[in-house]
Design a protein around this ligand. Structure first.
Ligand SMILES: NC(=O)c1ccc[n+]([C@@H]2O[C@H](COP(=O)([O-])OP(=O)(O)OC[C@H]3O[C@@H](n4cnc5c(N)ncnc54)[C@H](OP(=O)(O)O)[C@@H]3O)[C@@H](O)[C@H]2O)c1
Length: 370
């Protein structure tokens, strides 16, 4: 009798042990603690790079070694991160240091030339430029929408254009529910989207000081319908990014998009007037609820209190703000809304860092574990 009991005990305990091992292995990635996470910020002296450092610190990104990288012009400059001073290094020195992750915001030309060199030494690059976005072999990612497409083999990952990110954050839940047919976008874009020189141009103009021009025209008290270069079809590159990138992120090219991108003298974020025609009809209350329940989206829409999104309030925030939600009464199943976000945060730095976090959380980057 005792012998049978002992055997049963052993049998049960053994199976319990197997089950515990199984659960542990299934959730291994949650227990993984990386010994090292060498992070390179490429373009650390720029607009996006600066915000990137701010966001990395705020979110306590698990950095064990930080490399701050910029052009030859900035080599040797000192930058402080979390109270420690770092010396800016050049691109080759950064490649030689073999980082685990490189967060790039140094323009398309730099990215085309250098991202593959970082990838070759085993580094995962998350790139803010437009260099890789439409390359069919590269993933274009907004983690809340399509983070699940990422794999360990993705060594160069593209961060979408700033205007695209805030647009798709609001469109994704609505497309899933009502199926988009056509989207018409007009943007009102912040000078910070052009970089340091453009912010300086606006500051100089407001002070009446002569200085270097980032645009062909004055931007203060102006609206310039010209973001990025013109293409043969008469659209700008920025407008065509808005046409193409949402289809790639949503994995669906059944809907059509047209856009007009305009630069205005604001600095806190980009705004977009968006008109969406759906295949199916919608209820406005349900649209507001869907948006309000979407992580990363905040509905600011109360006409009684004059509540609607504005760049001055979106500035320095990670959320995408949506308001002025109303039916387009000129045609069926069509919605108008106003979308605002800080282009340097969710439009660039925050989204890049969220991709990095996704890679770490899902054990898609780095190798050493403790
Ligand atoms: N601003 C936005 O809202 C936004 C949003 C999404 C994506 N982006 C993209 O992010 C990138 C950077 O934009 P930004 O606004 O931060 O521009 P920025 O303020 O002009 O900064 C550019 C950064 O790139 C570095 N850089 C330039 N040429 C380089 C080279 N040959 N080698 C190494 N580093 C080089 C600069 O270093 P130095 O200081 O040494 O010149 C600087 O750190 C661009 O590709 C842009 O399209 C910008």
């Amino acid at each position: 009798m005792n012998l049978i009991l002992t055997k049963t005990h052993l049998f049960v305990n053994f199976h319990l042990f197997l089950w515990v091992c199984h659960v542990f292995l299934q959730n291994l990635h949650q227990y993984i603690k990386y010994k090292k996470m060498k992070v390179a910020v490429v373009g650390a002296t720029g607009m996006v790079g600066n915000v990137m450092l701010q966001v990395l610190a705020e979110r306590n990104f698990p950095i064990t070694e930080l490399l701050l990288v910029a052009s030859e012009r900035s080599k040797g400059k000192q930058i402080t991160y979390k109270g420690k001073t770092y010396t800016v290094i050049g691109l080759q020195d950064a490649v030689d240091a073999k980082p685990d992750i490189a967060l790039f915001s140094a323009g398309g030309t730099t990215s085309e030339a250098w991202a593959p060199k970082f990838a070759e030494v085993g580094c995962t690059v998350v790139d803010n430029s437009s260099a890789w976005r439409m390359d069919p072999s590269k993933k274009l990612v907004v983690p809340e929408i399509n983070g699940n497409v990422l794999t360990k083999e993705d060594k160069i990952i593209a961060n979408p254009n700033c205007s695209t990110i805030q647009l798709v954050m609001a469109l994704a839940p609505l497309h899933k529910k009502y199926k988009m047919k056509r989207v018409v976008i007009s943007t009102y874009q912040s000078v910070s989207g052009t970089g340091v020189k453009a912010v300086e141009q606006l500051e100089n103009e407001t002070k009446g000081v002569k200085g270097e021009m980032a645009y062909h025209y004055p931007i203060n008290r102006n609206a310039i319908p010209h973001c990025d270069d013109f293409l043969d079809n008469g659209y700008t590159k920025e407008e065509m990014k808005l046409v193409k990138e949402p289809k790639k992120i949503l994995g669906d090219d059944s809907f059509s998009v047209t856009a007009t991108a305009v630069r205005i003298p604001t600095a806190g974020g980009h705004s977009e007037a968006v008109n969406v025609q759906f295949e199916n009809d919608f209820d406005l209350g349900e649209v507001r609820k869907l948006l309000a329940e979407t992580p990363g989206v905040v509905v600011q829409d109360n006409l009684d209190t004059n509540t609607y999104p504005m760049p001055i309030y979106a500035h320095n925030k990670d959320e995408v703000f949506v308001g002025r939600i109303r039916r387009d009464e000129s045609q069926p199943n069509t919605l108008n809304m106003w979308i605002v976000a800080d282009n340097l945060r969710k439009g660039a730095a925050t989204n890049t860092i969220q991709i990095g976090e996704y890679l770490i959380e899902n054990a898609l980057v780095g190798t050493e574990v403790v």
